[in-house]
Design a protein around this ligand. Structure first.
Ligand code: SAH
Length: 261
């Protein structure tokens, strides 16, 4: 893997389209990608695909459509990625702090220098759900006219791919600005999700999290750990701590965290 080669770096950026309703927009997105040197398209639960309208709108990018992966859920689409950025015109109460596309792109390229990343777009009807945004560590907005902020899906994909390409070729991202001393490789999406599930089980077992009244605990924790950009070793440490907390203390009655009877 060569983190400074812009062609290779752009090749590690996955475009994920969730719940699209118009196949034409899938084709337009494929065309937008290929003109900027991106090739990996993943479709989560598309209403209609494959479709002649998609092929027609893709024009010379039919190969991107042919190689597109179709999956049933966002977790599957994000498998193997080390960073995911949600694209939304709308502010969310929770989820990552929004950044403009131009602000976000240099960091996205640094991550793409190290592994696969994803740009996650919503469908035409209702965009991304809060749960989908919360699965991403970054939230990116294309700054627009506040009185009408919603771009066509294909146009939104074009803007992001354009910004990525300009930044990738303008100045190759510094190799080591994400890396820190003692760093281990970034954790993958499924490792991070495995940690959240484990943490949620512990918090439920100890009574810290009441599943009938969870408030906003998990989204807040997701935002906290999303900012931290967890590494593989850090996930192992955190899961080790949780596993230790689940183990009864020698001589203790009942399970850890369970009130004594
Ligand atoms: N009606 C939807 C928006 C659909 S536009 C809604 O209410 O959210 C389809 C997708 O294009 C969005 O989900 C988002 O991923 C992307 N998009 C459109 N305009 C955008 C903008 N200004 N900034 C970032 N992403 C945008």
């Amino acid at each position: 893997m060569n983190p400074t080669n812009p062609i290779e770096t752009l090749g590690r950026v996955r475009v994920v389209l969730c719940n699209t309703s118009h196949p034409g927009n899938i084709g337009a997105a494929a065309r937008a990608m290929k003109t900027m040197g991106l090739t990996r398209l993943t479709l989560v639960n598309p209403k209609q695909f494959p479709d002649p309208e998609a092929t027609a709108r893709a024009s010379g990018a039919a190969d991107v459509l042919e190689n597109a992966r179709v999956v049933a859920g966002l977790d599957e689409a994000l498998e193997g990625t080390i960073l995911a950025a949600a694209l939304s015109a709308r502010q969310r109460d929770l989820g990552p702090i929004p950044q403009s596309a131009r602000q976000a792109v240099p960091e996205l390229l640094q991550w793409a220098g190290q592994g696969e990343i994803a740009l996650v777009f919503g469908g035409e009807t209702s965009g991304l759900t809060n749960a989908e945004v919360e699965r991403c560590q970054r939230l990116v907005t294309i700054p627009v006219n506040p009185e009408y902020s919603s771009l066509n899906l294909g146009a939104a994909v074009q803007v992001l791919c354009y910004e990525l390409r300009q930044a990738a070729f303008a100045d190759a991202p510094p190799v080591s600005s994400v890396a820190t001393p003692f760093a281990t490789p970034p954790a993958s999406h499924e490792e991070v999700e495995g940690f959240y599930a484990h943490l949620e089980r512990l918090m439920t077992a100890t009574g810290f999290l009441n599943p009938n009244s969870p408030r906003r605990l998990m989204p807040k924790l997701r935002r906290l750990f999303g900012r931290a950009s967890l590494e593989k070793d850090e996930i192992n440490i955190l899961r080790g701590i949780i596993a230790a907390a689940e183990t009864p203390l020698p001589g203790a009655k009942g399970r850890a965290g369970e009130p004594e009877r």
